[in-house]
Design a protein around this ligand. Structure first.
Ligand SMILES: [Fe+2]
Ligand SMILES: [Fe+2]
Length: 462
């Protein structure tokens, strides 16, 4: 459970829900303008502003009675905490988005609306109800309904085009390996070793592959791609922290197989848009123990491989799942967790579109010290940088370019190539770390942008 001393506590959406619940109740008990209401309102305002300073939109989803902020779960064991999230779900609301600019009047009107919803949803669509009350910075919805509406089959199963042949081979081999295990076959150790070798020798050092692994991934990230990506990202951390060859190989194997337990979970549960029910959720969480079970049976694997499968959803403070008592996860598991979360955030999911690397790095930074090992997050962000190879970026000269090279010395000023108006590559390279005579940078990277028409492959292919 998050406490006020952990960095990620600031991100916990529960105080917002609790504040709204209290305000809803107070509104029914006290007359408008009563000091108790004003006091509660001021309290919520403070929490909201703290969140909104960091993010333009607060996205709270209630999935299985737990509050998720931007897709991340904040587990609460306290019965009162759980009740607050349940209450909202019972009103028919699984999804509450609050955007910057919300006024105290809107918060009060929202609490009043929630109070009325208790009497039943009524025939008026939610959007109208919000608009009628002047609530312009809030959307409310059913998670499942929203998800199925905007997602449907919008994501392909794998990247449409793979730039690096070794990366392509790794994905292909892992797909057939996982398919075989799914069909009840044995894990093919030779293939696993071959892929580990490919990832270490080739993929982790290939700009073309990293461009696809680090950037936003516009495909439904199924287990085989995800596994190759997480293993490659884990290698970047291993290199940054200076693991030796043996340790690196053991880590890559564990990372590659961390989610193998998902082969025992029906695909429709893995791909299900929207919230999972209690049974499906338990099934999904079971991929950790299933994974460990599968892997301990395989002779010839390295000893930590089943451990990582078991522990990769456990947090530093012995939170997460499965329940394993007070045991702190092994360093390998901690490391794979960092890569796993980055991969999840930058990948398309049934319930949310992918997010840009810099946003993913910020989420990791906020989880550092709480759920995640801060030193490993630091190593990861240093290796990846906010604008990784292959990112499409906008410069302070209003140019669009693609990152070709990053450096630890100048993490915010990569080497880029500029794009032509039709999305191709202009000849030449620009080092954005270049300074003018006065020592000021000539260019800054302002932000990562969606690739759109930019043919990133043309930029990063050797
Ligand atoms: Fe997992
Ligand atoms: Fe994973």
């Amino acid at each position: 459970m998050a406490t006020s001393t952990t960095p990620d506590a600031a991100l916990d959406p529960l105080p917002i829900l609790k504040g709204l619940a209290s305000l809803r109740k107070f509104g029914g008990m006290y007359p408008a303008g009563h000091p108790a209401i004003a006091h509660k309102l001021a309290e919520i305002e403070r929490v909201l502003q703290r969140h909104l300073e960091a993010h333009p939109v607060i996205r709270i989803d209630i999935i299985h009675g737990e509050a998720h902020l931007d897709g991340l779960s904040f587990r609460h064991t306290d019965a009162a905490d759980l009740r607050v999230a349940h209450e909202l779900s019972e009103l028919g609301i699984d999804s509450l988005h609050i955007s910057r600019g919300i006024t105290p009047e809107e918060v009060l009107a929202l609490a009043a609306l929630l109070r009325e919803l208790k009497e039943g949803p009524g025939p008026v669509p939610m959007e109208r109800q919000l608009a009628d009350r002047g609530i312009r910075h809030v959307t409310l919805g059913k998670l499942v309904a929203i998800d199925t509406r905007w997602r449907a089959d919008s994501w392909d199963e794998a990247p449409a085009e793979i730039y690096d042949p070794d990366y392509a081979e790794s994905i292909e081999l892992m797909q057939s390996t996982f398919d075989h295990v799914q069909d009840g076959g044995e894990l093919d150790l030779d293939t696993v070793r071959h892929v580990v070798d490919l990832l270490i020798r080739k993929v982790a050092g290939s700009s073309a592959a990293l461009a696809q692994i680090l950037a936003v991934k516009l495909y439904e990230n199924l287990t085989y791609c995800h596994s190759v990506n997480v293993a490659t990202l884990s290698l970047l951390i291993a290199r940054q922290v200076g693991f030796d060859e043996r340790t690196t190989a053991a880590l890559a194997e564990a990372a590659l197989l961390h989610d193998i337990g998902k082969t025992r979970i029906p695909l429709d549960v893995i791909r299900k848009p929207g919230a999972l029910d209690k049974r499906e959720r338990a099934m999904m969480e079971g991929h950790t123990t299933y994974g460990a079970e599968i892997l301990v049976e395989v002779e010839g694997l390295r000893p930590l491989t089943p451990t990582v499968a078991l522990e990769h959803h456990r947090g530093l403070q012995a939170d997460g799942y499965p329940e394993l008592g007070d045991r702190v996860p092994h360093l390998f598991s901690q490391l794979v967790s960092v890569a796993d979360i980055y991969e999840a955030i930058t990948g398309a999911r049934t319930y949310q579109p992918p997010r840009q690397p810099e946003q993913a790095c910020l989420v990791l930074a906020r989880l550092a010290g709480g759920k995640l090992n801060a030193a490993l997050v630091k190593a990861f962000v240093a290796a990846v940088t906010f604008f990784p190879v292959g990112s499409v970026v906008r410069t302070s000269h209003d140019e669009i370019g693609v990152v070709l090279e990053t450096s630890a010395a100048e993490p915010l000023h990569p080497v880029i190539a500029l794009a032509t108006s039709d999305g191709g590559r202009l000849p030449g390279r620009i080092d954005t770390a270049t300074r003018d005579a006065g020592g000021a940078y000539v260019r800054h990277i302002l932000q990562t942008v969606a690739p759109g028409e930019i043919r990133v492959g043309e930029f990063v292919n050797p």
